[in-house]
Design a protein around this ligand. Structure first.
Ligand SMILES: Cc1cc2nc3c(=O)[nH]c(=O)nc-3n(C[C@H](O)[C@H](O)[C@H](O)COP(=O)(O)OP(=O)(O)OC[C@H]3O[C@@H](n4cnc5c(N)ncnc54)[C@H](O)[C@@H]3O)c2cc1C
Length: 303
C-alpha cells in the first residue's frame, strides 16, 4: 500500500488547484462545525481533476462535496480525500431555453441567469443554497418543483477519469434522492425551462426571497431541512407535535422559526447536531410511530 506522504508528494507535482492535507473541512460547511479531512482538493479545471484521479489510489476513500449546505461533517473528520467542486467549475451557458452549468455553479446564479434570459421553470433553485452538483445529487426542490423536472442531462467523470453522460432516467431521481453510480463526480448539468417574460421570472425570484426570509432561519448556521417529509406528513408538524421546536442539545437547536431546520447556535459540535436529530427522531417514533429519515447527509467519523 502506498503511503500517504508519498502520494501527497506525487499529487503536489501536478496539482494547480487548492490541495491541502488535514484541511479544516467542517468549519467551511454551512453548520460551521465538524472535523478535518485527510486531503482536500479543489481542482482548477477538468484536466487538473483528471490528473489528481490518475495519481490518487483507486481503492482509497474519495468523496465529492459542493457548498456543504446539506451536510454535517462529523467531529472525527473524513478519511481520505474530499474533492470540492467550486468556482472553477461554475460556468453558466444559455442557449435558447437550455442552461448548461458547471457542477460548482451556485443554484442562485443558475436561477438568476435563467431569469435574465427569460427562461421560466428554474426559479425554485434561487433559494436553495449550494451548488448544481449538490442539487442534482439531492434532487433538490422547493415550492412544488425539483431538479428532476428541469434536468436534461448531467455529465460526470468516474475514477478512471472517463466522461459519462446521465439522463434523469439513469439516476432514479425521487424526492430528495438521486442514485449516482459510486465514485462518479458530477462536473456539469444541462437544464431546460420554458420561454417567459424576464420581468415575470424576476418577480417570482423576489417572491421566493421574501417567502424564505419570512419562514426560514436563512441567516443562521444551518443545513436546511433536517428530515425528509414522510409520505403523507410534514416533518415540521411531527417535530412540533412532540415538542421539538426550540429543543436543544449542547449548542445545537431545532429552530424556533422553522422547527425542521437545525441550527448551530454558536458552539455546537457535529455530535450535538446529530444527537439532537436522533432525539427528535426518537420522540417522533415513540409518539407517532413514524420513522423520520435524515435529509441532511452526515459524513465522516464520530469523534
Ligand atoms: C438555509 C437553507 C435552505 C435550504 N433549502 C432547501 C430547499 O428548499 N430545498 C432543498 O432541496 N434543499 C434545501 N437546502 C439543502 C441544500 O441547499 C441542498 O441540498 C443543496 O442541493 C446542497 O448542495 P451542496 O452543493 O451544498 O451539496 P453538499 O452539501 O456539498 O453535498 C450534498 C450531497 O451531494 C453530493 N455532491 C455534491 N456535489 C457533488 C458533485 N459535484 N458530484 C457528486 N456528488 C456531489 C455530496 O457527496 C453529498 O452527498 C437548504 C439548505 C440551507 C442551508
Amino acid at each position: 500500500m502506498p503511503d500517504s506522504a508519498k502520494i501527497f508528494r506525487e499529487l503536489i507535482k501536478t496539482a494547480r488547484g487548492r490541495l491541502m492535507q488535514k484541511a479544516a473541512l467542517g468549519s467551511e460547511s454551512w453548520f460551521r462545525c465538524g472535523g478535518r479531512c485527510g486531503l482536500l482538493f479543489q481542482p482548477a479545471d477538468l484536466k487538473d481533476l483528471k490528473d489528481f484521479l490518475a495519481v490518487y489510489p483507486k481503492d482509497w476513500p474519495l468523496m465529492v462535496l459542493g457548498g456543504m449546505a446539506n451536510t454535517i461533517i462529523r467531529d472525527g473528520g473524513v478519511r481520505g480525500a474530499v474533492i470540492r467542486m467550486g468556482k472553477n467549475f461554475s460556468d453558466i451557458k444559455v442557449e435558447g431555453t437550455k442552461i448548461t452549468a458547471g457542477a460548482g455553479a451556485l443554484n442562485g446564479s443558475v436561477a438568476a441567469a435563467a431569469a435574465k434570459a427569460g427562461i421560466g421553470g428554474l426559479e425554485f433553485l434561487s433559494g436553495i443554497p449550494g451548488t448544481v452538483g449538490g442539487a442534482v445529487c439531492m434532487n433538490a426542490g422547493a415550492y412544488g418543483s425539483e431538479v428532476k423536472d428541469v434536468l436534461l442531462e448531467t455529465t460526470a467523470i468516474n475514477r478512471e477519469g472517463e466522461k459519462r453522460y446521465l439522463k434523469p432516467d439513469n439516476l432514479q431521481m425521487s424526492y430528495r434522492s438521486t442514485v449516482l453510480p459510486e465514485d462518479y463526480i458530477l462536473i456539469e448539468a444541462e437544464f431546460e425551462g420554458q420561454e417567459e417574460d424576464p420581468e415575470i421570472v424576476r418577480e417570482r425570484l423576489k417572491d421566493i426571497k421574501v417567502k424564505r426570509q419570512e419562514t426560514q432561519p436563512i441567516t443562521e448556521k444551518t443545513g436546511g431541512s433536517t428530515f425528509a417529509n414522510p409520505e403523507g406528513h410534514k416533518a415540521w408538524e411531527l417535530i412540533d407535535k412532540v415538542g421539538g421546536r426550540g429543543l436543544k442539545v449542547g449548542g445545537a437547536q431545532m429552530s424556533e422559526k422553522h422547527c425542521n431546520f437545525m441550527i448551530n447556535t454558536g458552539g455546537a459540535t457535529a455530535s450535538d447536531l446529530e444527537a439532537l436529530g436522533e432525539e427528535v427522531r426518537r420522540r417522533v417514533r415513540e409518539e407517532t410511530g413514524i420513522e423520520l429519515q435524515w435529509e441532511i447527509k452526515r459524513i465522516g467519523e464520530k469523534a
